[in-house]
Design a protein around this ligand. Structure first.
Ligand code: MEV
Length: 429
């Protein structure tokens, strides 16, 4: 990839941007044509994807730049409606790139499936029985989905939990069996659910008790990705704030989000701006990923900041973010949705672990951009600049009117819809 073709990318028009991606070797010629035409989901595909389909719902699809992760350059596609997200991610990624880029790591990609037994007659014996039969349970699960085993994956480990609590009136006692399953390149919901339902008859017979359900867990604590960055203070100076001040204020912002759930939710929403953008663009299940990530933010018993910002011994700013990221690179709409296929082509990732590394790095960049703006010039300056175009569109501006009105709105005392409509009316007269 030759990044020099992507200089001043945001100043180009759409066709020029797509051409620049071709020149930079991000896109092949056929993908370039497809991107120019727009990546429409066929009527047939859409109709067969869901029940009672009526139409499709579109989002802007754009590219965040400057991501250098583990020494490799990326252009990161995002599907997002919020005007400032791509600009913010690209700007923070640029700072991090100047400082050497992101380092990202992933754990083994292990997913979890659950079977819950309600009120087993003898809990201690049932726990022991299940533990003793680990090999048989794993074998039964793997027989329920032999193709994943043939490809080198499948169930690999059993854990058993006993949940006994009087938190709710008449709470039943549960024995919960967890299977750890390697789903390889797939997110694996169907594989896991098939396996979990597949072991229920064996487990019921073995324990002489009734299963309540068998299903995957979206709390993917065994499929984690971590991104870190190290930024010397000379890259952090902003306006009247010195690099040291910006570093210290970013650390304060992290500590605020660590101790206060009201702030933590907004801090993490900033992280999710980027994560959801790329997850949607990649065709993955963003509801599953979001549910797991927010649960992970509460792993200490309190909802906290997902990211961490600290001062290194030499004074550099150290950032880190760990997330459960049970994404897939095959299966479901990932394999046929034209935008998901485009995302795969633009990212040039080799496997799901690499995609996880990209996604977690995007989250860290997005967080840095947000909290750096918040603790320096405030968020509205940058936000409103970009919001002006959306306001112009909401006011009914078309083509060249949008540029004109957005410029006028930036100079206006009150940038709101009423002002936009008034200015547009004057312009048209
Ligand atoms: C807005 O979409 C995201 C922020 O609120 C994130 C944050 O407060 O850290 C700016």
């Amino acid at each position: 990839m030759d990044y020099s073709y992507l200089n001043r990318f945001y100043t180009k028009n759409r066709i020029e941007r797509i051409q620049a991606l071709l020149d930079a070797d991000v896109l092949t010629a056929d993908k370039k044509s497809q991107l120019e035409l727009g990546m429409h989901l066929s009527k047939d595909a859409a109709n067969n994807m869901i029940e009672n389909q009526l139409a499709t719902y579109e989002l802007p699809y754009g590219a965040a730049l400057n991501f250098l992760i583990n020494g490799k350059d990326y252009v990161v596609p995002m599907a997002i409606e919020e005007p400032s997200v791509i600009a913010a991610a690209s700007s923070a990624a640029k700072t991090i790139k100047q400082a050497g880029g992101f380092t990202a790591t992933t754990t083994d990609r292990i997913m979890i499936g659950q079977v819950a037994l309600k009120n087993p007659p003898h809990a201690a014996e049932t726990l022991q029985l299940l533990t003793d039969k680990e090999a048989e349970i794993i074998q039964t699960a793997n027989q329920a989905h032999p193709s994943i085993v043939k490809r080198g994956g499948g169930a690999v480990k059993l854990e058993v939990r006993h949940i006994k609590t009087d938190e709710l009136e008449n709470t039943p006692e549960f024995i919960v069996l967890h299977l750890h399953i390697k789903t390889l390149e797939a997110m694996g919901a169907n594989i896991i659910n098939t396996m979990m339902e597949g072991i229920i008859p064996y487990v019921e017979e073995l324990t002489q008790s009734k299963a309540l359900m068998g299903i995957l867990s979206n709390y993917a604590t065994e499929c984690l990705a971590t991104a870190t960055c190290r930024i010397p203070v000379e890259h952090l100076q902003k306006g009247a704030f010195s690099g040291e001040e910006v570093r210290d204020r970013i650390i304060d912002a992290y500590q605020f989000a660590y101790v206060d759930p009201y702030r933590a939710v907004t801090h993490n929403k900033g992280i999710m701006n980027g994560i959801d953008g790329i997850i949607i663009a990649s065709g993955n299940d963003w509801r599953a990923i979001s549910a797991g990530i927010h649960a992970y933010a509460s792993k200490s018993g309190q909802y906290r900041s997902l990211s961490q910002w600290k001062k290194a011994e030499n004074g550099d700013l150290l950032g880190s973010l760990t997330l459960p990221l049970p994404i897939g690179t095959v299966g479901g709409s990932i394999s046929f949705h034209p935008a998901a296929k485009m995302t795969k082509a633009i990212l040039h990732y080799e496997n799901a672990a690499e995609l996880e590394s990209i996604i977690v790095s995007v989250g860290l960049a997005q967080n840095l951009a947000a909290i750096k703006a918040l603790v320096t010039e405030g968020i509205q300056k940058g936000h409103m600049g970009l919001q002006s175009r959306s306001l112009a569109i909401s006011a009914g501006a078309k083509s060249e009117e949008i540029d004109w009105l957005s410029r006028k709105l930036k100079q206006a005392e009150n940038m709101n819809l009423a002002t936009a409509e008034k200015l547009l009316e004057e312009y048209r007269q």
